[in-house]
Design a protein around this ligand. Structure first.
Ligand SMILES: Cc1cc2nc3c(=O)[nH]c(=O)nc-3n(C[C@H](O)[C@H](O)[C@H](O)COP(=O)(O)OP(=O)(O)OC[C@H]3O[C@@H](n4cnc5c(N)ncnc54)[C@H](O)[C@@H]3O)c2cc1C
Length: 506
């Protein structure tokens, strides 16, 4: 039986979405005697594993219990980034006077914004559709809940799928924080917030990680009164502190009320309103809102999978236990994506799925620890990060030299009016190996790949100065930081040698 799922409102866009990713008239195929690969979960990790394996000629079954496309398409990256873009348009109109353009009273039609998101999501869903995977890519698609019934077999809807290899790609879900009265009062998560058709007037967002920050700024720019509540001393706790503080100032400037070092003690539902009792650094206060959005913590989907029967070890918090080659405690079974990785990003679901393909189906020796992992938080400005930050480098005993270049020194950033950001690059002391980098900029995500490539392919910072960057572009910032690095190589001794050489040539 396929699980129950929510796809609201039931307009034509969501109908198209459902027809693609959970067709109501879908008839599961008859399983073959044994598959080369059975994939459980049709999110990014599962789709990439299934498509690549089938593309290479393997016989593949893919089982998805609710919506193909998983979190990214339905409740994650895709809807959130559609809203982030609309919110930026509103902010640009609001701030247009800095360009000499008369600002107008910006009115956000939230219903239309959400409709645009649903239209684009439905459009993108064709790529993840059950029929594309079955009829174009040659994957046997089963809609239903899978569970292991042995070390080499999975059961779905009364049918048994036998496998030579399997991949668990069941993803993660929002963790419900243990707050008194929260469940009774009701709250939104990433699985329900994108179904809203009306903008709540007052919203409390719990947790200032990437999801909490992106959605706080977005809802505020649409006109909601947003209070962002964070237990720690600053937002984006995983990021470089300087970067986090810069984003913090930007979202506060947008009008988000930020409460740091604050926790929610209890919640009470009261005639449509929700009353939160807050503890901020020991002081109690009340906050009345219309909606609460929980944006903290993700838990791996490991229960109900029959993992014990398959001999697959797991942890309720950290997920499926895998070795560096993404193999579980059952040699036939691998895992990919959020269920088995601390890096819960779509591109990491893709990357771990590729490791599984090579190691499970061939004699690959690919290792998770060899990956260079970038990520980006799509606030405005964005924060892009790759490799280690200063704290992590210190913890690992790696001595680094830090180079920082501010955007106010880059012509294009000045012309764009986007000067409040920086690029920070950490280089191993005494050499030019890049250990990590952080970019805070409006398009940090687009700029990050140059540094990711440099780290992944061992290109030193000095070499980036020899790369010609088009003028004027904000990416010139990276060339400038490489120039700054090269200048540090000009020691007084080398400078003296140069002076002597030039004096001889006069
Ligand atoms: C609001 C939000 C915004 C995000 N934005 C970004 C972003 O901008 N960039 C980025 O890189 N990442 C982003 N992420 C993270 C990204 O969405 C996830 O890392 C990614 O979707 C994980 O993919 P996955 O395949 O591992 O798991 P999922 O997408 O969760 O897929 C797992 C699938 O397995 C299915 N399943 C579970 N159990 C069973 C079973 N027993 N039988 C059959 N099927 C089962 C589920 O129904 C689900 O469809 C965001 C997340 C959120 C919540």
């Amino acid at each position: 039986m396929a699980a129950v799922f929510r796809l609201e409102p039931g307009d034509r866009y969501n109908q198209t979405l459902a027809a693609n990713i959970h067709p109501s008239d879908w008839i599961n195929p008859l399983p073959t005697r044994r598959y080369n690969m059975v994939v459980i979960g049709g999110g990014t990790a599962g789709l990439v594993t299934a498509a690549d394996a089938a593309g290479l000629g393997a016989s593949v079954a893919l089982v998805e219990k609710t919506l193909m496309g998983g979190d990214c398409l339905n409740f994650g990256c895709v809807p959130s980034k559609a809203l982030v873009r609309a919110a930026r348009a509103a902010a640009e109109m609001r701030d247009a006077d800095v360009y000499g353009i008369e600002t107008v009273d910006v009115k956000v039609d939230f219903g239309k914004v959400m409709e645009r998101m649903r239209r684009l999501r439905a459009q993108l869903s064709a790529k993840d559709s059950a029929s594309r995977f079955q009829y174009e890519l040659g994957v046997d698609v089963f809609i239903g809940e899978a569970r292991f019934i042995g070390a080499d077999a999975v059961e779905v809807g009364g049918q048994t799928l036998r496998f030579r290899k399997a991949c668990i790609a069941t993803g993660a879900r929002a963790a419900a924080p243990p707050i008194n009265g929260l469940a009774q009062a009701g709250y939104l998560t990433n699985e329900t917030v994108f179904s809203l058709t009306e903008l709540p007037r007052r919203v409390a967002v719990l947790g200032a990680g990437p999801v909490g920050c992106e959605l706080s700024q977005t809802l505020r720019r649409f006109g909601a009164e947003v209070t962002l509540i964070e237990r720690g001393p600053h937002i984006l706790p995983r990021e470089d502190e300087e970067a986090a503080r810069l984003v913090e100032r930007a979202i506060v400037r947008d009008g988000v009320r930020l409460l740091t070092k604050a926790t929610v003690k209890r919640v009470e539902g009261c005639g449509g309103e929700k009353v939160l009792t807050l503890d901020q650094s020991g002081k109690l206060a009340e906050l009345v809102v219309d909606e609460i959005l929980v944006g903290m913590g993700r838990l791996p989907n490991v229960t109900g999978l029959g993992l014990e029967k398959a001999g697959v070890e797991y942890d309720e918090v950290r997920g499926i236990k895998v070795d560096d080659r993404m193999r579980t405690s059952n040699r036939r079974i691998f895992a990919a994506g959020d269920v088995a990785s601390r890096f819960k990003f779509t591109h990491m679901s893709d990357a771990t799925a590729r490791i599984v393909i090579r190691n499970a189906l061939f004699f690959g020796r690919d290792r998770m620890s060899a990956l260079t992992v970038p990520w980006c938080t799509y606030t405005d400005p964005e924060v892009g990060h790759v490799g280690l930050n200063e704290v992590e480098a210190r913890e690992r005993g790696i001595a680094v030299t830090t180079f920082v270049q501010k955007f106010r020194d880059v012509d294009r950033a000045v012309l764009d009016g986007e000067v409040s950001g920086f690029v920070k690059v950490l280089v191993r002391q005494g050499g030019d190996e890049i250990i990590g980098a952080t970019i805070v900029a409006r398009h940090a995500g687009e700029m990050l790949s140059e540094l990711t490539l440099a780290i992944a392919r061992g290109v030193g910072l000095g070499a980036l100065a020899t790369v010609i960057h088009p003028y004027p572009s904000q990416a010139e910032e990276i060339k400038k930081i490489a120039d700054a690095f090269n200048r540090t190589r000009l020691t007084p001794r080398i400078k003296r040698l140069f002076s002597t050489w030039f004096s001889l040539r006069r």
